[in-house]
Design a protein around this ligand. Structure first.
Ligand code: TXA
Ligand code: MG
Length: 326
C-alpha cells in the first residue's frame, strides 16, 4: 500500500515508524510534497540524495513541529528568526540559522548553517507529532522530485517521479503550490534567498526593517540555481505583446505547442492551452500542475505569458524564470 491516506491515523503512525527505522516517506506539505528521512540519520539522508540524483553538498530543509524543536538544530537562534517564526510558523517559510555542531550533518550538506521549517499542513503536522513521539525531532525533506524537475503538488506527481514502491502519504493537492520562502537569518539584516507565498513586504513588515540584498556570500541553494523547476518541453516566457505576435505567426499551426496565458485569446488550433488565473495565489497553486500536465499531454514547446511585475507575483515569476533557463 505505497500511497496511503494521510487522514488515516494508522497510516501516519506506520509512516512515522518507517521514518524512525531510516526509511524514506513522501509527505504532503502546504507548499509541495517532500521526500523525507529522519534528519539525524546520515545514512537515511544519503538515500534521499541518491533517490533524487541531487549533489550531496546541496543542503536539505529540516522540518520540525515547532520553534522549540527547531532550536535543537540551531547553534544560535537570532532575534530575526524568532520574530519570523512567531509570525509565520507553522507556514510556508524556511529560516536559515547557524547549525548546532553535530546536528543533521548530512542533511545540512556540510554547511555550518541549517534550514528549518515548521509546515502547517495537517498531515505533515500529524506526522511530525508522531515522529517526535518516537524520538525523531526533525525530518530532512527536499521537494519530492528528481533533481532539476518540477516539484510535485499531488501524491500522483510523486508516484510519477519515484514509482509506486515509495511510501507516500496522500494529503490532497498542496494549497500554496510553490516552495516555501527562504530567509537567511545567519546575517544581519537577513536576506531573502527564495521568494514564495510569504513576500518580501510581509517579511519586512514583521522585521520592521528592510531585508539585505543577495551577494556572493549567499549559501548554496539548489532552488536558487539559475536553471531549475523545469518541465521536459522547453519553456519560453514572453511579454503579452511578444506572445501575441508569436501566436499570429504560429509555427506548424500550433502542433505540439502549449500556451499558458493570462490576458490573450489563444487560437483554438492550439490544443494545449490554459488560462493563467488573474490572482497570484491561484496561479501559484496550479503552476506546477499545469506545467506537468503540458508535459504529460506531449507538449514539445511551452509558451508562457510573463506574470505582472508585482510583489505578490514574485514567487511565480521566479519559478517561471528558472523553468525557462536551460
Ligand atoms: O516548501 C519547501 O520548502 C519544500 C517542502 C517539502 O518543505 N521543500 C523544498 O526543499 O523546497 P528543496 O530541497 O527542494 O529546496 C530547499 C532549498 C534548496 O534550494 C536548498 O539549497 C536550500 O533550501 N537550503 C537548505 N538548507 C540551506 C542552508 N543551510 N543554506 C542555504 N540554503 C539552504
Ligand atoms: Mg526542490
Amino acid at each position: 500500500m505505497p500511497v496511503a491516506s494521510g487522514s488515516d491515523p494508522a497510516a501516519v503512525l506506520a509512516a512515522a515508524q518507517a521514518l524512525a527505522r531510516g526509511d524514506l516517506v513522501a509527505l504532503p506539505t502546504e507548499t509541495v510534497y517532500g521526500l523525507a528521512a529522519r534528519a539525524d540519520d546520515d545514512a537515511a539522508v544519503a538515500r534521499i540524495f541518491a533517490a533524487k540524483g541531487r549533489p550531496a553538498d546541496h543542503p536539505l530543509i529540516v522540518h520540525v513541529s515547532d520553534a522549540a524543536a527547531a532550536q535543537r538544530f540551531a547553534a544560535r537562534w537570532p532575534a530575526s528568526a524568532q520574530r519570523l517564526a512567531q509570525a509565520f510558523w507553522p507556514g510556508p517559510l524556511t529560516l536559515i540559522v547557524p547549525r548546532a555542531p553535530g546536528q543533521a550533518d548530512a542533511a545540512a550538506g556540510g554547511q555550518d548553517s541549517v534550514g528549518l521549517r515548521c509546515p502547517s499542513h495537517p498531515v505533515a503536522r500529524a506526522l511530525l507529532a508522531q515522529c517526535a513521539a518516537v524520538g525523531v525531532a526533525g525530518l530532512a525533506a527536499p521537494s519530492a522530485n528528481r533533481f532539476g524537475r518540477i516539484s510535485p503538488t499531488t501524491a500522483a506527481h510523486v508516484v510519477q517521479e519515484f514509482g509506486d514502491t515509495l511510501q507516500v502519504l496522500d494529503g490532497g493537492a498542496c494549497e500554496v503550490g510553490i516552495e516555501s520562502s527562504i530567509v537567511d537569518c545567519t546575517r544581519e539584516p537577513p536576506v531573502l534567498l527564495r521568494p514564495g507565498r510569504i513576500t518580501r513586504a510581509d517579511l519586512e513588515r514583521v522585521l520592521g526593517a528592510p531585508l539585505g540584498e543577495r551577494d556572493g556570500h549567499s549559501p548554496r541553494a539548489s532552488g536558487t540555481l539559475a536553471s531549475h523547476y523545469a518541465p521536459r518541453a522547453p519553456l519560453r516566457l514572453m511579454g503579452a505583446t511578444e506572445l501575441q505576435q508569436a501566436l499570429q505567426a504560429l509555427p506548424r499551426g500550433g502542433q505540439g505547442l502549449a500556451v499558458y496565458s493570462r490576458s490573450l485569446a489563444v487560437p483554438s488550433a492550439v490544443a494545449l492551452q490554459r488560462r493563467m488565473p488573474g490572482d497570484a495565489r491561484e496561479a501559484a497553486h496550479e503552476l506546477f500542475s499545469v506545467l506537468r500536465g503540458f508535459d504529460d499531454q506531449g507538449a514539445q514547446l511551452i509558451w508562457v505569458e510573463q506574470p505582472p511585475d508585482e510583489a505578490a507575483w514574485d514567487g511565480v515569476a521566479d519559478r517561471l524564470r528558472r523553468a525557462a533557463t536551460r
